[in-house]
Design a protein around this ligand. Structure first.
Ligand code: PHE
Length: 337
C-alpha cells in the first residue's frame, strides 16, 4: 500500500499539464470519485488496523498534494489565457475621461471673447509687482489711506503680489502709444480673511481704452454692450458714483436681478441690484505718470471679478469651492466648456 502511494505521488508530480484539456485529464484521473485517489481510499479499508494510522496520514498528504498541483496549474493556465486572449475588434470602445474646463475658465473665456469682438486686445503681466506699477503710477500716493483699500501681500521692500491687474495696464500705457484698447485678465492677491465670499486670491478682467475724445458715454456704451451679450439683451444696468484713486469720475455698475426669488433677494441684499464692476475715466495723473499726452488723449477703465460673476451665473454659494478642485464639483460643468 505504501508503495502504491509513493508511485501515485510520482505520477502526480511528473504528469504534464500545459493545456486546459490536460488539466481536466489530471482532475479526472486523480481527483474525481472514480479517480485513482478514491481507489486508494477504498483499498485503505483493507489495511490492517496497526498500519491504519500511518497509511491514513500518507493518503491524506497525497490528496493534499494532488489538489495543490491542480490549483497551481489552474492559476498558471488562467493567467496564460488572459495574456493570449485574442483582441476582439467588435467590442465597443472604452470611453476615456477627458475632463472639463474649470467654471472660471468658461466664464473668463466668454468675457474675453465679447471684448475681443469689440476690438480689445489681451495683455498680461507679472503677478509679482513693484510698488510703481501696482500703486504709485495709479495715483495711490505714498502713505495714502487709499492703499488700505486693497490689503496687500508684501514680499520685500516695494515688491508685492499684485492686488489688481490695473498694474498690467500701466505697463501697456508705458510701452504703447494710443489708441490703446486692451483687457488684462489674470490672478490677483489680497490679504483678506478667507470666507465663503472672499478668498486670498481671485481673478479679474480689467479693461482700458485710451484715444482722442474718449468720454464717459463711451464707457457706458461699452459696458452696456458687454452686459447685453453676457447676461442677456434685456438686462437693466445702473451706475453709482464711487471712488478709485486711478479714475475720476469713478462709478460702480450694477445689474438688475429683482427680488422675486429667494436667491436674488439674498444676492442683492434685498435691493434687486447686483454690483458687478468698478469703472471710471482714467485720472489725468495716471495718464501723465505713463507718459500719455493728456491734452490730446483721454480714456476709461473698468475692472471686474471673475469669481463673483461665475458664482452668480452658476449659483455657487461658496467661493472656496472654485479652488478646491473637487472632481464632483468640476464635473458638473462638463457640458458647458
Ligand atoms: N482695480 C479696481 C479693483 O481692483 C477695479 C477698477 C478698475 C476700478 C478700473 C475702476 C477702473 O477693484
Amino acid at each position: 500500500m505504501k508503495q502504491l502511494i509513493e508511485q501515485t505521488k510520482e505520477k502526480i508530480e511528473s504528469i504534464r499539464i500545459e493545456t486546459a484539456q490536460e488539466l481536466e485529464n489530471f482532475r479526472l484521473k486523480f481527483l474525481t470519485k472514480k479517480g485513482e485517489l478514491n481507489e486508494l481510499f477504498t483499498a485503505f479499508r483493507t489495511v490492517p488496523n496497526e498500519e491504519k494510522k500511518e497509511v491514513g496520514q500518507l493518503l491524506n498528504k497525497l490528496k493534499e498534494f494532488a489538489q495543490t498541483r491542480f490549483d497551481e496549474e489552474k492559476e498558471k493556465l488562467g493567467t496564460k489565457e488572459e495574456e493570449t486572449k485574442p483582441f476582439d475588434e467588435s467590442l465597443p470602445g472604452r470611453k476615456s475621461d477627458i475632463g472639463s474646463k474649470h467654471p472660471l475658465t468658461i466664464v473668463q473665456n466668454k468675457m474675453i471673447s465679447i471684448f475681443e469682438q469689440m476690438g480689445f486686445s489681451i495683455s498680461e503681466g507679472p503677478e509679482i509687482e513693484d510698488d510703481w506699477h501696482n500703486f504709485t503710477a495709479l495715483n495711490f500716493p505714498e502713505n495714502h489711506p487709499a492703499r488700505d483699500m486693497q490689503d496687500t501681500f508684501f514680499i520685500d521692500g516695494d515688491i508685492s503680489l499684485r492686488t489688481h491687474t490695473s498694474s498690467v495696464q500701466v505697463r501697456v500705457m508705458e510701452s504703447e502709444k494710443p489708441p490703446i484698447r486692451t483687457i488684462s485678465p489674470g490672478r490677483v492677491y489680497r490679504n483678506e480673511a478667507i470666507s465663503a465670499r472672499s478668498n486670498s486670491f481671485f481673478h479679474q478682467i480689467e479693461g482700458l481704452y485710451i484715444d482722442e475724445g474718449v468720454s464717459f458715454a463711451d464707457l457706458k456704451q461699452t459696458l452696456f454692450l458687454f452686459v447685453q451679450q453676457f447676461f442677456g439683451e434685456n438686462t437693466k444696468v445702473r451706475f453709482r458714483p464711487s471712488y478709485f484713486p486711478f479714475t475720476e469720475p469713478s462709478a460702480e455698475m450694477d445689474i438688475f436681478l429683482g427680488t422675486e426669488t429667494e436667491e436674488d433677494y439674498r444676492l442683492t441684499k434685498g435691493t434687486g441690484w447686483l454690483e458687478i464692476l468698478g469703472c471710471g475715466m482714467v485720472d489725468t495723473n495716471v495718464l501723465e505718470n505713463c507718459g500719455i499726452d493728456t491734452t490730446k488723449y483721454s480714456g476709461f477703465a473698468f475692472g471686474m471679478g471673475v469669481e463673483r460673476i461665475t458664482m452668480f451665473q452658476y449659483g455657487v454659494k461658496d467661493i472656496r469651492t472654485l479652488f478646491e478642485n473637487d472632481i464632483r464639483f468640476l464635473e458638473q460643468f462638463r457640458s458647458l466648456g
